[in-house]
Design a protein around this ligand. Structure first.
Ligand SMILES: Cc1cc2nc3c(=O)[nH]c(=O)nc-3n(C[C@H](O)[C@H](O)[C@H](O)COP(=O)(O)O)c2cc1C
Length: 326
């Protein structure tokens, strides 16, 4: 058993979190992760309305009696999103853990704190983590350049980001991005993290509510099968390398400084990406995925995956690392 400040703070068994994932992180996945002893997180904006989110939280409660959380992503989007109403729905649902991400969570922190909610803020830079700590969040999930989705604009990998964040912050830090195996969890703990957050790895689990063909695509993929888009707009995102993503990257390069979101809106529309998960055609739209695909070789249940990662990490710490100390 790996006990850390993060497991104590959240009241969970294992130091493994499943980060919010648009269209993927629904009740089934969050409950699967929490039942496996990790921290499952549903994504608020996957639900069409704040009322639907309240229903989804209730549905999750019928599947687990363990702690789980809700992700609130605050990003610029093509359609306006009522973030405050979603935040209120989170409070009304009775959930006690929130993952904020995408932008400064300032305007929501007081609401969440007043409702007794613990906030984990996910960000890609130490300076943003320091701001979030000052605003009163309880923990930081630091997202390295390896991560799926919004990687930020600094391109700093976890090998550097985790130790710097741990040194700069007083609150617990978990490493996010590129994690999927026990030896990587051991490495994160060695760097000073109190656990890891995983996205892509949890897509390839039995409980993930996406088409089996997408899970298999991740099993078949290697570490070079992601690419960055939207750098020109300073909204850089790591997505699965397929024909649509390659086309977006090509247009972005061709337009250079004149690139606008309108140039690729037809390719990056959320609905197109969503169909990938429903129909299993991993080429027809864009979907987030990280470099960690290179170390994904199977589709276990969440519980099997979490227990394997924890026992492998323990074996590395007690075996190989211990044996190296003269
Ligand atoms: C399909 C997918 C969708 C995601 N959607 C969101 C999201 O809506 N909000 C968010 O904060 N992070 C999102 N993420 C990022 C994850 O929560 C997590 O930070 C990231 O996947 C970590 O990197 P990894 O995939 O290498 O584990 C998404 C990731 C994936 C793979």
């Amino acid at each position: 058993m790996l006990k850390t400040r993060f497991t104590e703070l959240m009241g969970i068994e294992h130091p493994i979190v499943q980060g919010g994932m648009q269209w993927v992180a629904r009740a089934e996945l969050a409950a699967g992760v929490s039942n496996g002893g990790g921290l499952g997180i549903m994504t608020a904006l996957t639900q069409p309305t704040p009322d639907d989110l309240i229903k989804e939280v209730a549905r999750c409660r019928t599947m687990t009696d363990k702690p789980f959380g809700v992700n609130l992503t605050i990003l610029p989007s093509l359609r306006p999103i009522p973030h405050k109403e979603y935040a209120q729905a989170i409070i009304d649902s009775g959930v006690k853990i929130v993952e904020t991400a995408g932008n400064n969570p300032g305007e929501f922190i007081d609401m969440f704190k007043a409702a007794g909610i613990k906030v984990v803020h996910k960000c890609t830079a130490v300076r943003h983590a320091l701001t979030a700590q000052r605003l009163g969040v309880d923990a930081i999930s630091i997202d390295g350049f390896e991560c799926a989705g919004h990687v930020g604009e600094d391109d700093i990998t976890n090998q550097i980001l985790i130790p710097l964040a741990v040194d700069a912050l007083d609150i617990p830090v978990i490493g996010s991005g590129g994690f999927g195996e026990g030896r990587q969890l051991a490495a994160a703990l060695a760097l000073g993290a109190e656990g890891v957050n995983m996205g892509t790895r949890f897509m390839a689990t039995k409980e993930a509510p996406i088409h089996d063909k997408v899970k298999q695509r991740l099993v078949d993929a290697g570490e070079r099968d992601s690419l960055l888009i939207m750098r020109a707009l300073r909204n850089t995102s790591r997505v699965f390398r397929n024909e649509v993503a390659e086309e977006v990257a090509r247009i972005e390069k061709e337009k250079g400084l004149n690139f606008k979101i309108e140039d690729v809106a037809h390719l990056v529309a959320g609905a197109r990406g969503r169909h990938v998960y429903d129909d299993g055609d991993s080429e027809q739209g864009m979907w987030s995925a990280g470099m960690v695909a290179g170390v994904i070789h199977d589709v276990p249940s969440c519980k099997e995956l979490i227990e394997r990662i924890v026992s492998d990490a323990e074996a590395v710490i007690k075996g190989r690392l211990q044996s190296l100390v003269a």
